[in-house]
Each structure stands twice: as structure tokens, then as C-alpha cells.
Design a protein around this ligand. Structure first.
Ligand code: ADP
Ligand code: 5GP
Length: 205
């Protein structure tokens, strides 16, 4: 389970999309949210857009792996698609905030790798929020006001990536993913594989 978090506008959605395009072994966890759909967003691809009532029902039914209130709206990770993907041996990518990351950590610390994405400067963060041109001025202001408190959670993450140049940041996220996939404890069937290697060496041909 790979988590990307950042203050809004730092570029984690852009990084996630690029990562998914170039890696066939990872699946994006699509969250449910009560916030309004942005003009360029697609139901089921970016989020499941639900009413607060429906969200409440899902919480009661235990449908979420984690859920939290962010910028006055509710966001949650539907449990079943994640369990299905993991059960098929796939990696799962989460674009969630620090509250959700903490909840996932409590449930599955050993299976979780977390990356905090930072913008190169405060000014660039504001420029990106405005350049996205998907939110009103008021929403941009609110998100900038919350940036400092979101950034304060960076020490809770395993890795920090500064998203200055997009290709460089993507390279780092891919490198983290590949290195974490190669961890001995995560390699399924490695003992059996090594046994075949040893046998090959001692069996005369
Ligand atoms: P987040 O998901 O963290 O809120 P987005 O991925 O939506 O952020 O990015 C916010 C805006 O910044 C988008 O318009 C995106 O195209 C732009 N952006 C992302 N990364 C970079 C980068 N490295 N350099 C310049 N612009 C970027
Ligand atoms: P946005 O409204 O810009 O898409 O997302 C706002 C914030 O909510 C981002 O920090 C994003 O990572 C976070 N977020 C999105 N989905 C979830 C989720 O399912 N759970 C939690 N905890 N945070 C989420």
C-alpha cells in the first residue's frame, strides 16, 4: 500500500496519474467524497461523489478502510476494492490526507509505505492552486490557509519528495516503490526460489 499525501496543490494527483500510467502492477484506490465534482473530474475515476447521507450510511455499514473530514467535506477509502486488489497480489496507491494515513498505519503498518509530497515554495503552491483553475478564489484561499497545518505532518511519513520538476519527482516516487517492492519481507515465494538456485548449483549436470 503506497500513500501519497501533500498540501492541496502540491501535485500528488498529477504524480499519481503519471505513476499509474507507467506501472501495470498498481491500482488506484478511488475514494468517496461529499465535495462537489470539479469540471474535469469523472465519477468513478477521480472519486465516487456521494451525498452526506449516503456517506453516513457507508460509515455505519463499515464500508470504509479509513475516513476523515478535510476542508469541511468528508472523504473515505472504500474497503472492498482495496482488499480485492491486495488479495490479487496487486499494489494499491492512495491519494489521502494525514488523518487517513494514520488510520491505515494503525491497521497495517508493515504493509504501508507513505510519501509526503512538498511544493518547492509557498508561492509556487499558490500558483499551482490557481493554475489548476478548478476551484473558486475562496476555496483557493481556504486551502492556502490550511497548507501550513497540513505540512506540519511531514515527520509522520516514511519519505519526503519535493515536487519541483515533475519528472524528477516522479522518478523518486518510482524509485521508492521499486525499492520497497524489493524488501525481503515483502517477497512472496523467495525461499522457494532460492532453494531452486541452490539445488541447481549442487546438482551435477
Ligand atoms: P494535488 O493533487 O496535490 O492537490 P494537483 O496534482 O492537482 O495537486 O496539482 C495542482 C496543479 O499543479 C495542477 O494544475 C498541476 O498540473 C500542477 N503541477 C503539478 N506538479 C507540477 C510541477 N512539478 N510543476 C508545475 N506544475 C505542477
Ligand atoms: P481534493 O478535494 O483536492 O480532491 O482533496 C482534498 C484532500 O483530501 C487531499 O489532501 C486528499 O489527499 C484528501 N483525500 C482524498 N481522498 C481521501 C480519502 O479517501 N481519505 C482521506 N483521509 N483523505 C482523502
Amino acid at each position: 500500500m503506497l500513500v501519497l499525501s501533500s498540501p492541496s496543490g502540491a501535485g500528488k494527483t498529477t504524480l499519481s496519474r503519471r505513476l499509474l500510467e507507467g506501472d501495470g502492477a498498481i491500482t488506484l484506490s478511488v475514494s468517496a467524497t461529499t465535495r462537489a465534482k470539479r469540471p474535469n473530474e469523472v465519477e468513478g475515476r477521480d472519486y465516487y461523489f456521494v451525498t452526506p447521507e449516503k456517506f453516513g450510511d457507508m460509515v455505519k455499514a463499515g464500508d470504509f478502510l479509513e475516513h476523515a473530514t478535510v476542508f469541511e467535506h468528508q472523504y473515505g477509502t472504500p474497503k472492498q476494492p482495496v482488499l480485492t486488489a491486495l488479495g490479487r497480489g496487486r499494489d494499491v496507491l492512495f491519494d489521502i490526507d494525514w488523518q487517513g494515513t494514520q488510520q491505515l498505519k494503525e491497521r497495517a503498518r508493515e504493509d504501508l509505505v507513505s510519501v509526503f509530497v512538498l511544493p518547492p515554495t509557498h508561492e509556487e503552491l499558490e500558483r499551482r492552486l490557481k493554475a489548476r483553475a478548478q476551484d473558486s478564489d475562496e476555496v483557493v484561499k481556504k486551502r492556502m490557509a490550511k497548507a501550513a497545518s497540513e505540512i506540519s505532518h511531514w515527520p509522520e511519513y516514511d519519505y519526503v519528495v519535493v515536487n519541483d520538476d515533475l519528472d524528477r519527482a516522479l522518478f523518486k516516487v518510482r524509485a521508492i516503490l521499486e525499492a520497497e517492492r524489493a524488501r525481503r519481507a515483502r517477497l512472496v515465494g523467495v525461499s522457494e526460489f532460492v532453494a531452486t538456485l541452490v539445488k541447481t548449483r549442487i546438482t551435477p549436470s
